[in-house]
Design a protein around this ligand. Structure first.
Ligand SMILES: NC(=O)c1ccc[n+]([C@@H]2O[C@H](COP(=O)([O-])OP(=O)(O)OC[C@H]3O[C@@H](n4cnc5c(N)ncnc54)[C@H](O)[C@@H]3O)[C@@H](O)[C@H]2O)c1
Length: 363
């Protein structure tokens, strides 16, 4: 069974869908792994590293003709056209609801599996790319904030003077938010965090941060561990109650998302204006509209003396480890997709396993 790994072409993407370490295991399990030359270079994996573990360097077109094509990012039009009927295509699809490109792939007879459709059950944790990549984003967002901030994160006492710790607020305490809290604590910041799901309180405390609790009159807990959208009344109340806490912050990392909805606006322009000169906001929700009113996707802007960072692809800024985690997610998924036989791996019925069934996009 052939696995095709083409080079990612979407703007600035540095990740790759497999690493030499993971490819070695796949080859050991009887897969033929075809990789487009240079596919791993931006993530610091050379063609020689892959060739040394038995990967075949192949033309881009040959990678797209494989039995299973593995990618990180959503396919482009030309990529979708290059797939053959009967093939399986797996990547993040980065779409919600109607997706004409995916519909065309299905019409052609390609089976499409979206990594973000992974069910949130314990058995699927090792295959969950949203979690593995969010973890990296949470870490990298704090590093970004620290480098943009003109002061120290930790308390500093030196012979030349002392500095107070930064007051840092994390909004949204899911996978990215909890990693942001842990990273900011390691750097010595004084960390506060808020999430609309009440069960996050204990998780925030266990990482040494202080939970911000607001009485919104309703719970934001939705299905499958995700948040649900609040009523307009609760949204307004949330903005109002949060404003006092946020205006005191020196650094804010925002990670609040609701599946298939625009990101909730938690930081108003008025709050930004009230923050201390030199403060920093890193908005991890920038690609989904932003948690801050003044965020500009893919830009770093300064508004009222506050630096607002709107990068939209943090995992790609840690490309070696992000690729390694993603590759591991994929190889764990492949393990449940095939039976190992003497003749090599044989595809199972994907509709039979609850994980692969949930990942398959239906026509
Ligand atoms: N396999 C599994 O069991 C599995 C896998 C991944 C995640 N999870 C759980 O799912 C939960 C959420 O995961 P995620 O981080 O991917 O979610 P996410 O990326 O969709 O959202 C990030 C966070 O934003 C919060 N949020 C949304 N609206 C908000 C608002 N108005 N104000 C404040 N916060 C708001 C959400 O509650 C969430 O914690 C976590 O508890 C995680 O542990 C379980």
């Amino acid at each position: 069974m052939k696995l095709g790994i083409p080079k990612e072409t979407l703007g600035g993407e540095r990740r790759v869908a497999t690493t030499p370490e993971v490819a070695k295991k796949l080859v050991g399990k009887g897969f033929e792994v075809l990789l487009e030359p240079g596919a791993g270079v931006a993530a610091h994996y050379t063609d020689d590293d892959y060739a040394a573990v038995g990967v075949q360097l192949a033309e881009r077109a040959a990678c797209f003709e494989a039995d299973i094509v593995l990618k990180v990012r959503r396919p482009g039009d030309d990529e979708a056209a290059a797939l053959r009927a009967g093939a399986i295509y797996i990547s993040l699809l980065e779409s919600c609801g109607d997706d004409p490109l995916v519909a065309r792939m299905l019409e052609k007879g390609v089976r499409v599996m979206g990594m973000e459709r992974m069910p949130r059950i314990s058995r699927a944790q090792s295959m969950d790319a949203l979690s593995s990549q969010s973890n990296i984003a949470g870490y990298r967002a704090v590093i970004e904030a620290a480098s943009q901030y003109g002061r120290f994160f930790p308390m500093m006492m030196t012979s030349a003077g002392s500095a107070k710790p930064a007051r840092l607020v994390v909004l949204g305490a899911g996978v990215a938010g909890l990693q942001a809290i842990a990273t900011a604590r390691r750097l010595g910041a004084d960390v506060y965090a808020y999430d609309v799901r009440p069960e996050t309180k204990e998780q925030i405390q266990s990482l040494g941060a202080k939970p911000i609790e607001l009485d919104l009159g309703e719970s934001g807990a939705g299905e499958g561990g995700y948040a649900k959208e609040l009523s307009d009344e609760a949204k307004a109340r949330q903005q109002e109650l949060l404003a006092k806490e946020l205006a005191k912050a020196h650094v804010i990392i925002t990670t609040a998302l609701i599946p298939c909805r625009p990101a909730p606006e938690l930081i108003t322009a008025d709050v930004v204006q009230r923050m201390r000169e030199g403060s920093v906001i890193v908005d991890l929700a920038a690609a989904n509209g932003g948690n801050c009113k003044l965020t500009r996707p893919d830009q770093v802007v300064v508004e009222h003396g506050v630096t607002i960072v709107g990068h939209t692809n943090y995992p790609s800024m840690v490309p070696a480890d992000a690729s390694a985690f993603y590759a591991k997610n994929l190889s764990n998924l492949l393990e449940i997709m095939v039976d190992q036989t003497e003749a090599g791996p044989v595809l199972k019925d994907l509709a039979e396993d609850e994980i692969t069934k949930a990942m398959l996009v239906q026509a």
